[in-house]
Design a protein around this ligand. Structure first.
Ligand code: DQA
Length: 150
């Protein structure tokens, strides 16, 4: 991973509507606030980020292809696609730089259908359950991976 590589931060379906979702799972921030929190955290850690959100599986797969072509590191909250998208998993396998899976909530402490992740097995690691801080912890982990591989 090159030291200047911009980290692609991808967010899946319904995360743009955090304002309407259960605060007990997802925290108090709406999506624009979460976006700003990730940007501010990256700035503090002297990391460059490109933050994107889509409800569309094909768009997320296209962004993963782009990251694979550019050997770009990825922090990814696939949201509901985590639990069933083989297409997203197959695209994640193509990545050549680290992939960190993040979740605001802790899916393992929730309904059983959330206990399966298609992504965990192809990610460098997973951070879940710390609400917006999951992203900050993922940025710290990415920075540490970068330091070790330089
Ligand atoms: C989520 C957890 C998923 O189970 C859920 O479908 C989401 C958000 C999280 O960030 O906690 O949409 O990925």
């Amino acid at each position: 991973m090159s030291s200047s590589a911009t980290i692609l931060v991808l967010n899946g379906p319904n995360l743009s509507r955090l304002d309407l979702r259960e605060k007990s799972h997802y925290g108090d921030l709406d999506y624009p606030q979460l976006h700003k929190f990730i940007e501010d955290s990256a700035r503090e850690l002297e990391l460059s980020v490109d933050i994107r959100q889509s409800d569309d599986e094909a768009t997320l797969i296209g962004w993963l292809h782009e990251a694979a072509d550019k050997s770009q590191p990825v922090i990814f909250n696939p949201a509901a696609f985590t639990h069933y998208s083989v297409g997203i998993r197959d695209a994640a396998v193509l990545l050549r730089a680290p992939l960190i899976e993040v979740h605001l909530s802790n899916p393992l402490a929730r309904e059983e259908f959330r206990h399966t992740s298609m992504i965990s097995g192809v990610a460098s690691g997973t951070i879940a359950g710390f609400k917006q801080d999951s992203y900050r912890l993922a940025l710290i982990a990415m920075k540490e991976l970068r330091r070790k591989t330089q």
